[in-house]
Design a protein around this ligand. Structure first.
Ligand code: ZN
Length: 274
């Protein structure tokens, strides 16, 4: 298709016309970039996501940083995550919808989590994952900066048995400020996570995934607890008896049993805070 411009007198008129054309095109492109919404979700899911933020803050897994997301139940190419806010302060109004390139459906001029790309890139790579937590839990840090692997020592953290890889950002991007600031780094982290339930991020924290909000919250509570218990056992000296892979498999086969009971208690305690 060719566009015939009317004859214009003088360079300045031409410049104004070209600028107007560019402006129109740029405006159109910007409008196209905002992804469409996958539609409203059950308020119960929003309620659970808010509760997940509050529970993980209450349990010391998230502090002023870190975040938790859930995949959109109607569209696997969308996810829900709070605007940039401390998890213990998150409410339903803060929850926003993003596409898997981590563009917000409705920006509303809000400040967003820089590291939200972690969520988008993992949802792309892992169709089985329905919820994700990114934490800076201090108890996990020693296992990301030493050569001692995190191993399952506690029945509630049997999922550790399949191995928890360590993401070394230097291998992927050289010297950085350690944050997952763009999609390429998010993709590299998703690659390091592979099919595992969690990956440690050297000198930074961890990412933990699961098939539901409740499961990922449970895993996020028990992963740092396992790390603490493993360090305490090592400090006693002598050999440590880890869960046998067969024991872990038997526990995992019934993982989730009783989680509803714990979820109710965690939620009540966390939501009771002002
Ligand atoms: Zn982080």
């Amino acid at each position: 298709m060719s566009i015939t411009l009317p004859s214009l007198r003088g360079g300045r008129t031409m410049l104004v016309a070209v600028c107007a054309l560019i402006s129109l095109c740029a405006g159109g492109a910007a409008a196209q970039q905002a992804p469409a919404s996958a539609g409203p979700v059950d308020p119960q899911l929003i309620d659970d996501l808010v509760a997940a933020n509050r529970i993980l803050a209450d349990q010391g897994v998230l502090d002023g940083w870190g975040h938790v997301s859930v995949r959109h139940p109607r569209d696997p190419n969308r996810y829900l995550l709070s605007r940039s806010r401390a998890p213990e302060l998150v409410s339903a109004d803060d929850i926003m919808e993003f596409d898997l390139d981590s563009n917000p459906v409705e920006h509303k001029g809000r400040s967003l989590y820089t590291e939200r790309v972690i969520h988008g890139e993992i949802y792309k790579a892992r169709p089985d994952v329905m919820a994700i937590v990114h934490t800076h839990a201090p108890a996990l840090i020693p296992f990301g900066i030493s050569k001692v692997p995190l191993k399952p020592v506690y029945h509630r953290s049997a999922f550790v048995s399949v191995g928890i890889p360590v993401f070394e950002i230097r291998e992927r991007a050289g010297m950085t400020d350690m944050l997952i600031r763009d999609r390429a780094l998010g993709h590299a982290l998703a690659d390091a996570l592979g099919s595992h339930p969690a990956a440690l991020m050297r000198g930074h924290g961890a990412v933990i995934v699961g098939p539901s909000i409740q499961r990922v919250v449970g895993r996020s509570i028990f992963l740092p607890l396992n790390a603490t218990l493993q360090m305490q056992a090592a400090a006693l000296g002598g050999p440590v008896t880890y869960l046998d892979p067969e024991e872990a498999q038997k526990i995992e086969a019934r993982e989730g049993y009783g989680l509803g009971r714990a979820w109710e208690a965690w939620k009540r305690k966390a939501m009771a805070k002002p």
